[in-house]
Design a protein around this ligand. Structure first.
Ligand SMILES: [Zn+2]
Ligand SMILES: [Zn+2]
Length: 286
């Protein structure tokens, strides 16, 4: 699997919108990997993990074409993870697609390209938010599938297992275990950890890659999110249980500017705990 990060920031992105704290000021001054859009990743350019407001812009910056994506796994409907309006731009008059572009544009678009149907997977909270879009599912070439925690399903060539998160109320957010071609990865966000029943499922796998939210960084009170300390503890539990394969990587994403130091500095801190800090545009192959 090839994983491309199209965003590694939390809800506010990085730097903070209205903040000039040392972290935000550093990010503005130094730019580069210190700038983060809302968290999003795409696997093999075909399977998207969340679709927040900034992902298409970043995809264009990093040379990723999202038009042929066939699967969208939604963790939860917080607006930094799901921006339903993006689906609106899939609309077109299908009959016009066989015409030359010069003729098509008289029909108005906004799409002039044939698209595969997009299979969207999410929980009941996600379904509610997508409701207006699902009423036009055929026109937008989308289809929704309700996930159930701990019940694996096939999405194209990928085997997917949803894990209930500790984020907002129970059932509001889910992480995903993704398996393909003998490789296994976890995309874990947004969550403050996992209940015992979900830990059982998590510990029943051996991972080539862990991608985990690290929203709260060096802060000691975390709520429904992870801190560096909790990230390190979770990694330790996985190691103790023999769940990390030789050479497997542990990457942090979904970072808040106020509690996660800028990339240049946080990379060193996380590195001391055996973890890596992801950045927008980073590509990882497993
Ligand atoms: Zn979030
Ligand atoms: Zn959230």
């Amino acid at each position: 699997m090839k994983i491309t990060f199209l965003g590694t920031g939390a809800g506010e992105s990085y730097p903070g919108l209205w903040c000039c704290c040392p972290h935000c000021a550093y990010a503005r001054k130094e730019g580069g990997k210190n700038i983060r859009a809302n968290s999003c990743a795409v696997v093999d350019d075909r399977l998207m993990l969340d679709m927040g407001p900034m992902c298409f812009h970043n995809a264009a910056r990093f040379g990723v074409d999202l038009t042929q994506v066939t699967t969208l796994l939604v963790t939860h409907p917080h607006p930094d993870h799901l921006y339903p309006r993006h689906l609106h731009w899939r609309e077109t008059d299908e009959a016009s697609l066989h015409l030359a572009y010069e003729e098509q544009i008289t029909f108005g678009g906004p799409r002039f390209t044939p698209l595969p149907e997009l299979q969207i997977y999410g929980n009941t909270y996600t379904e509610q938010i997508l409701h207006p879009m699902l009423a036009e599912a055929e026109k937008l070439r989308i289809r929704f599938h309700l996930i159930r925690e701990n019940e694996s399903f096939s999405a194209g060539e990928y085997q997917v297992t949803p894990i209930r998160n500790q984020h907002h109320e129970a059932g509001f957010a889910h992480s995903y275990i993704l398996q393909h071609g003998g490789k296994t990865m976890l995309y874990g966000l947004d969550t403050g950890g996992f209940d015992t029943d979900m830990m059982e499922t998590l510990l029943a796998h051996r991972y080539d890659l862990i991608i985990m939210e690290g929203t709260m960084g060096i802060r000691t009170t975390e709520g429904g999110h992870m801190s560096l300390k909790k990230n390190a503890l979770f990694r330790h539990t996985l190691m103790e249980s023999g769940c990390l394969k030789e050479g497997s990587r542990f990457l942090l994403t979904h970072m808040s500017p106020h509690w996660c130091p800028p990339h240049d500095l946080y990379t060193v801190m996380a590195g001391n705990c055996g973890m890596e800090v992801a950045y927008d545009g980073m590509v990882v192959e497993i």
